[in-house]
Design a protein around this ligand. Sequence first.
Ligand code: PXP
Length: 240
Amino acid sequence: MRLGVNIDHVATVRQARGGVEPDPFEAAQIVRAAGADGITVHIRMDRRHIQESDIARIRASELLPLNIEMATTDEMQQIARRHRPHKVTLVPEQPGEITTLGGLDCFRSPEAIRRFAELGRELGMDVAVFIDPDSRQIEQAASLGIREIEIHTGEYAKRWPDAARELAAIEEAALTAARLGMRVAAGHGLTVANVGPIVAVRPVEELNIGHHIVSRAIFVGLQAAIGEMMQAMAQGARGS
Ligand code: PXP
């Protein structure tokens, strides 16, 4: 199971002062030193945390595979073209939202999704869609040329520890995607306490986790916070 560490909130703290620290690039170096598998950033349309200059530095360093979460706009296509990350993950974005509220509706903007799928093939870049655990949405994504999904675990996390129904929906969605030959990632709201059952969902190969890791990092440091998460993931994989 791969771990992509989302470092957006390192940039959130920097932006609070409008200065240069803490530096997301230094965070990316620590993510690598801690043994995680990838770096994830969300470049928002309002640029409230990660900036394009952060992406340029992280990408140029080739520290780890870079996954950029982005809305399905033309501006974001240009950013993908300029930086050619390993992967883009398409997310819905609404003005004023505190965080991503749910998966992308693949019936609402099929042409935009199809254009990203084509761009991915042109650039040799993976293109995933962040999606609710809903088989209809997953089948629609596949029909638009998408080969990877990231299942939205936000509802599961919100209901944890009484989340049997939400977990079953994630398992079913992951199996649907695997049957369609898609790669499966998952993320949103995951913590050391609730990550285990998600690790145990076999088709899931990657988790993208940010808020909990950066929150823990305030108290124990980023490297230790990533270590705690990797340990919780290893325990989840063993079913303990
Ligand atoms: N995956 C996606 C697509 C997201 O938008 C986010 C939040 O930026 C995450 C994963 C990480 O969620 P969290 O910060 O709750 O771990």
